[in-house]
Design a protein. Structure first.
Length: 94
């Protein structure tokens, strides 16, 4: 049996991993984060009326400070500009 095993329940495993890595890197660059800052990226289903079916949430934890930003797109569709805009919106008090 030389065929590679493909998990039928996986959600495009490698593309999701690559997307998460790219988003984390963009967030680190955008916020000039040190190596010890934690960046977490999750794709969540949105159940609010009018909200796109999936959103990507980026959580940054640095010491006692936490910053959260959301992009209303599936993780695979998020761009570097989306991350920049999301963090600009997250830091804007209005």
């Amino acid at each position: 049996m030389n065929e590679a095993f493909v998990n039928p329940l996986a959600r495009n495993g490698l593309s999701i991993i690559n997307s998460a890595r790219a988003i984390k890197s963009w967030a680190r660059d955008r916020l000039s984060l040190p190596d010890d800052a934690v960046v977490s990226v999750s794709e969540l289903a949105c159940h609010v009326p009018g909200c796109p079916p999936k959103e990507t949430v980026i959580l940054v934890v640095q010491g006692t400070e936490t910053v959260q930003a959301s992009v209303h797109k599936p993780m695979k569709d998020v761009t570097e500009d989306d991350v920049a805009h999301a963090f600009s919106a997250a830091s804007d008090p209005h």
